[in-house]
Design a protein around this ligand. Structure first.
Ligand SMILES: Nc1ncnc2c1ncn2[C@@H]1O[C@H](COP(=O)(O)OP(=O)(O)O)[C@@H](O)[C@H]1O
Ligand SMILES: [Mg+2]
Length: 326
């Protein structure tokens, strides 16, 4: 059994999280009480979920020649992800984010500054080597944290090679019609779907309306995720409503990354689209029940356990490409 092959071209960041009682004011220095570093970036998070769900994943990022870059690649490598095609830019820094947390009795506020560095500097021609090899993947997964032109180039090559592209349009940015027409799946959350259509998403009906409008604009198949309210699939003109899996949610970080990474692994393995949605919603429910992005992203064993009897109706051969395979 051959594992599904997925190519992720996208972002990877080192997150620096500082916590304390209050944010410093302008010009002020305050003492904090916690510090941690963690790997993040939507591209890396989604690659992590697809790999842990059982896919064979290649990741192409763009990093500086610095300690963060090597640390991030080492982390992805430990998950079995091939990062050998990642582009090194000695003139830029690896993407990083400063996350400040201010803790209150009522909860925690955050402020985040992201310096994308090398990853928004893909140059013309830098990804041309992919044209000859993109046909070997079952699916290509993109987000909007790298330069739009790099995404457009990859989607164009994938379309030419007949490989389906999943685009997670986050963080939201206006996209050209040509780009959207090279995408077969798109996975906005409720806010991104509202940005794309002008339709406020408040319930299943408004989500269905937005999904149909987005499908009309190019990507024929649309997944709209709506946090705890669940997710909607619009596939070949039909809609499927997938409620979220009840869980004790402690940290919503990477919920969407987990959902889309797991969906791609399942769909590329050959699971039916609606079953792939159910698989993804179980994975994402585990992600929100743990802290952090990559640390909380579940592997196939935890997803199968969470699915329990629900998995018995899934296509067995497809599922075994994720649970076994190589
Ligand atoms: N509180 C929650 N409980 C259970 N599942 C959740 C919860 N929050 C999110 N999810 C799952 O994660 C998916 C993606 O979450 P969402 O918030 O829509 O993505 P994003 O992180 O992009 O905003 C949801 O469709 C749902 O399946
Ligand atoms: Mg959300």
């Amino acid at each position: 059994m051959r594992k599904p092959r997925i190519l992720v071209v996208g972002s990877c960041n080192m997150d620096y999280t500082f916590g304390g009682d209050r944010f410093p004011k302008e010009g002020e220095t305050v003492m904090g009480d916690s510090f941690s570093t963690a790997a993040g970036g939507k591209g890396a998070n989604q690659a992590c979920q697809a790999a842990r769900a059982g896919a064979k994943v290649d990741f192409i990022g763009r990093i500086g020649q610095d300690a963060n870059g090597s640390e991030l690649m080492r982390g992805l490598g430990e998950m079995g992800i091939d990062t050998s095609m990642t582009v090194l830019d000695p003139e830029s820094t690896t993407g990083c984010a400063l996350i400040e947390l201010e803790r209150h009795a009522e909860g925690t506020r955050n402020r985040i500054m992201v310096v994308p560095g090398a990853q928004i500097r893909f140059r013309d021609g830098e990804l041309d080597f992919l044209r000859d090899r993109i046909g070997r993947y079952d699916m290509v997964l993109l987000q909007l944290e790298i330069s739009m032109s790099a995404n457009e180039t990859v989607a164009d090559m994938a379309k030419e090679a007949g490989v389906p592209v999943m685009l997670n349009p986050a963080p939201y940015a206006p996209m050209s019609r040509g780009f959207l027409q090279n995408v077969s799946f798109i996975s906005p959350n409720e806010h991104e779907a509202a940005e794309m259509t002008g339709i406020a998403i408040t319930d299943w009906e408004s989500a269905e309306k937005a999904a149909a409008a987005i499908a009309e604009s190019g990507p024929g198949n649309v997944l709209i995720t709506m946090g705890e309210a669940g997710a909607l699939l619009y596939y070949e003109g039909k809609t499927v409503r997938v409620p979220s899996v009840k869980t004790e949610a402690v940290d919503p970080t990477a919920a969407g990354d987990s959902f889309v990474g797991a969906f791609c692994a399942a769909y590329a393995a050959g699971l039916a689209p609606d079953d792939s949605m159910i698989f993804a919603s179980h994975a994402a429910s585990l992600t929100v029940s743990g802290y952090g992005a990559q640390p909380s992203i579940p592997d196939i064993n935890r997803i199968m356990k969470k699915l329990g009897d629900t998995a018995s109706r899934f296509d067995r051969d497809a599922l075994s490409r994720l649970t076994g395979g190589n």
